[in-house]
Design a protein around this ligand. Structure first.
Ligand code: ADP
Ligand code: MG
Ligand code: MG
Length: 906
């Protein structure tokens, strides 16, 4: 047999593809193929692959063999349909449709009716027995082709169409007769000639080839590029092109076009959801040119087609095992399927649909977990605007950071700060924000910008701060000089007017919209029960999904909580312990003075006095906490932040002392304090005297804290409680530091045991938050019974930047340039920080096989990071109480995904 060169295949008939081939055929093409193979009525056609697009984008030319393949497929199609593309007396017409792996605004719009020309329009009229229809199709072709392929301003055609209707005295396009449309075609051709300097192409194949090329080019259009960056879709996927033989919904009242969902994308309920428009083509149904009818009415107009459609919808749901959305056309009573895909849905519907599909036996629990995300759950937990409230919508932008915020409009940072100081709630409105706006952003309830996308400064910083943000609301005109914002339609918002912004939907309202608590939070708080007869359907669905996740997950979930109140909430939310209790929060308020005394102590006696004043207070805090978390582990971190955080501000104090000196009544204590502040002042406090270093240079400090923990534990034990305290040392860089602390701690614990007559088991471990600690984890594990990865500090020290200093200054630029896909403080940087975590976990366990491993940075509540920690084999993640449900769900999803051996979806 002769060896033939294995040529790449660039064109696939609809019968050759399937739904798994989205990378190659795009979403639309893959699903058209799937429907074809299911035996559904899809007009025949073929798909040009994304690979062909890639070749074109790289070299500026279609791969040479592609043209031949297109010719071969076209000929086969012509054969099958019994007519040739653009054939004068009986033309085959096709649509040219873009379709990438992910559907993307900005890609080329579909061109319908390709193959019509001055010649074949007459043939079409004869074949269809309808002259009006033929000219209507032709004018649509010139209009769509002119706009999307030749780049003519679409309004020129719209205006001409309006003009034709006005001249005739009618209001809709269906009222135009064949003669009117004929004249309109002439007019449209003039527009094309004038605007492009060439005639509308008459050769059918040329029309098709130009349209294909235009689809390829649209991959790199500005809007498409912007969207990809925002949604983090890789820029090199390319788009496929679908060539689909035309079916006609504009052949009279027994024809039409429609869209439908197999169930309600807002509630998840099964039923008949969709719209239908008689005597119309393509996008007419969603373009709002005429009033559509609810899909249910189709039953009355064309029962046969309606019944068939319902049957097909059921087939699709059962086949895709998910909500599908579809596009269809009816041509003279014959139903055609033009598109389907797994449909978008609201967060609430995602939960409901997942459980419904389990009930229907279509999917199992593990699969159900893949149908929802932690981000969706988080969305359901934000307080939201009351849906029943009357609202006045001003406009909408990009939902950049979720939440519902209400406040007075301010247009600069200075006013935001000033007004918020006097107790006003404000919304900061800017065209876009920059680092100078930081104070204003902090002072505001929410941020609204008219420019920029999901990675703009406003969006990044707001998400970092957990503030509500709507960005890129382009239809709102922001005039910061005049301090006003103008909405489409002319409504003006002046400084001081109240506005409400919804960071989950991107909507902006005039006036105060009432905010209601989320039922999902009410449920987690235990104020609403999933079992109750009148339980909210959404709450029931969330309850069930959480149960699936809890059954499935291997990772345990703990909370970062510093007091009994947070601890109790965490417990209600499902926390299985506290992963991080920060003791510094116990040294604030009135107790700050005692810390001051400790810092100022000149003699051992003074220091011991200060420490013994703090001891009972610390102990009381711990007793409360251990009681709240009875039976569950509580990891207490010894004092971590630089001491100067407990001292007065250096400038304020200097001024006070200077003024007092001028009055000649300088206060001895203030002078000592000022000296201490000067002494403790650091250029880089984050890298200064803090963490374990404090414990080693301030005699007795850590011993006092350990004693407070031990005594609290002993007291709880003697009260028949079950305290499970763990002592955690922060900022360790070398095992020697830990050994010294451990020796002292063991001595103190032994003393407490003897005095209280109880045996105490208090594991002692360390945070791993410095690269050196991670790199010497094998040694550190000799002295540590557990590791808790402090991924916030670890990220800062691995990257060499401090979050507070840099997030507002250059992260936007980094995100825009694609250096980060996402801030490393939001999602763990797997390659850098993550690889240290992985290595340290392995090395630590090599030394001590039962070493317990956790993480207590904010990443512990971030979905993608949770998956990573699962995969690395940590025992638990710890996050803020509010993120616990998200972490539980994602830990379940990670386990379900791994169980199936699949890979993570986007
Ligand atoms: P989009 O990606 O914007 O949904 P489509 O390629 O689905 O674009 O096409 C736009 C409209 O044209 C849709 O209403 C679709 O159903 C319709 N359409 C596409 N191809 C054909 C065809 N061959 N015959 C009839 N209508 C078509
Ligand atoms: Mg479509
Ligand atoms: Mg730290």
């Amino acid at each position: 047999m002769p060896v033939t060169e294995d040529r790449q295949k660039f064109v696939y008939d609809f019968t050759e593809g399937n739904k798994e081939l989205k990378d190659l055929l795009g979403g639309k093409g893959a699903n058209l193929a799937e429907m074809t193979n299911l035996g559904l009525p899809v007009p025949p056609g073929f798909t040009i692959t994304t690979e062909a697009c890639k070749v074109y984008l790289e070299g500026g030319e279609e791969p040479p063999s592609m043209r031949d393949e297109v010719t071969a497929h076209l000929e086969a199609l012509e054969e099958r349909m019994g007519k040739k593309l653009g054939q004068a007396d009986n033309p085959l017409l096709v649509s040219v449709r873009s379709g990438a792996k992910f559907s993307m605004p900005g890609m080329m719009d579909t061109v319908l009716n390709i193959g019509l020309s001055d010649e074949s329009v007459a043939g079409l009229a004869v074949q269809a027995g309808d002259e009006r229809f033929a000219w209507d199709s032709y004018r649509r072709l010139i209009q769509m082709f002119g706009k999307t392929v030749l780049g003519v301003d679409g309004e020129l055609f719209e205006d001409a169409l309006e003009e034709a209707k006005r001249a005739k005295g009618v209001t809709t396009d269906v009222d135009l007769a064949a003669e009117d449309l004929k004249a309109l075609v002439a007019r449209f051709k003039d527009i094309v000639a004038k605007e492009t300097g060439r005639d509308f192409p008459q050769a059918p194949r040329e029309q098709m080839d130009l349209a294909i090329r235009a689809v390829f080019d649209s991959w790199n259009g500005d809007r498409a590029k912007l969207y990809r960056r925002q949604e983090r879709i890789p820029g090199d996927l390319g788009t496929a092109v679908n060539i689909c033989s035309m079916v006609f919904g504009n052949l009279g009242p027994d024809s039409g076009t429609g869209v439908a969902f197999t169930r309600d994308p807002a509630s998840g309920h099964q039923g008949v959801y969709g719209d239908y428009l008689q005597n119309a083509q393509g996008e007419d149904v969603v373009a709002g040119i005429r009033n559509t009818m609810p899909l249910a009415e189709l039953e009355r107009i064309d029962k046969a087609s309606y019944d068939q459609l319902m049957q097909i919808m059921e087939t699709l749901e059962t086949h895709y095992k998910d909500l599908c959305d579809i596009e269809f056309t009816i041509e003279r009573g014959k139903l055609w399927m033009l598109q389907t895909r797994v449909g978008k849905r609201t967060a609430g519907a995602a939960f409901r649909i997942a459980t419904q599909l389990v009930d229907q036996g279509l999917i199992d629990e593990a699969e159900a977990l893949q149908r929802v995300t932690g981000a969706q759950l988080a969305q359901l937990m934000f307080p939201r605007f009351d849906e029943k409230a009357k609202t006045e919508l001003l406009g909408r932008g990009i939902a950049a950071s979720p939440g519902a915020a209400v406040g007075r409009a301010v247009f600069d940072s200075y006013t935001a700060v000033k007004w918020s100081r006097s107790g006003e709630k404000v919304i900061l409105i800017r065209r876009e924000t920059n680092p100078d706006d930081l104070d204003g952003m902090i002072a505001s309830e929410g941020i609204l910008t008219s420019r920029g996308g999901k990675t703009s400064h406003a969006a990044v910083v707001a998400r970092g701060m957990g503030k509500t943000c709507v960005c890129g609301a382009e239809e709102l005109e922001v005039d910061t000089k005049q301090r006003k914002m103008t909405a489409p339609g002319g409504v003006v918002v002046q400084e001081g007017d109240v506005v409400s912004i919804d960071g989950s939907s991107g909507k902006v309202y005039l006036g105060e919209v009432p905010v209601v608590p989320s039922p999902v939070v009410e449920y987690f708080e235990g104020r609403m029960h999933a079992g109750a007869d009148d339980a909210d359907e959404l709450v029931q669905a969330v309850h069930r999904m959480m149960a699936y996740a809890d059954r499935m997950r291997r990772l345990r979930v703990r909370a970062n909580a510093d007091n009994a109140e947070d601890a109790l909430r965490a417990r209600r939310f499902g926390a299985q312990g506290i992963g991080l209790c920060r003791t510094e929060h116990m040294f604030l308020g009135e107790r700050r003075e005692m810390v001051e005394r400790l810092i100022l102590a000149d003699t051992d006696t003074e220091r011991e006095e200060a420490l013994s004043a703090l001891l009972p207070l610390q102990k009381a805090d711990f007793v409360e906490l251990f009681e709240a978390m009875d039976g569950l582990p509580v990891t207490v971190r010894l004092l971590d932040p630089p001491l100067h955080e407990f001292l007065p501000d250096i400038t304020e104090l200097s001024v006070r002392v200077a003024l007092a000196e001028a009055r000649e009544d300088a206060n001895e204590n203030d002078l000592r304090l000022l000296q201490a502040v000067h002494k403790l002042h650091e250029q880089n406090p984050m890298l200064g005297l803090r963490g374990v270093r404090l414990g080693l240079v301030i005699p007795g400090l850590f011993a006092m804290q350990v004693r407070a923990i031990a005594e609290a534990a002993a007291e709880r034990k003697n009260a028949k409680g079950d305290p499970r305290a763990e002592i955690m040392i922060p900022l360790v860089g070398t095992v020697q530091e830990l050994e010294i602390v451990r020796e002292e701690a063991e001595r103190v614990i032994a003393e407490v045991e003897a005095a209280s007559g109880t045996g105490l088991k208090l594991p002692l471990g360390t945070m791993i938050e410095l690269p050196r600690a991670a790199l010497t984890a094998d040694q550190i594990a000799e002295a540590a019974e557990f590791f808790s990865f402090g991924t916030n500090d670890l990220t800062q020290t691995v990257w060499g930047f401090s979050r507070d200093d840099v997030e507002a200054s250059f992260f936007t630029a980094y995100l825009e340039k694609g250096i980060f896909g996402v801030s490393p403080f939001e999602t763990i940087d797997k390659d850098g920080v993550g690889s240290l975590v992985r290595a340290a976990a392995k090395a630590g366990r090599a030394t001590r096989p039962d070493l317990k491993l956790g993480v207590c940075g904010e990443h512990g509540g971030d979905p993608e990071s949770v998956h990573f920690f699962h995969e690395v084999g940590l025992d638990y993640v710890s996050c803020s109480p509010f993120r616990i449900p998200v972490a539980r769900l994602e830990a379940g999803r990670a386990a379900a995904l791994n169980g199936k051996g699949g890979s993570d979806s986007r």
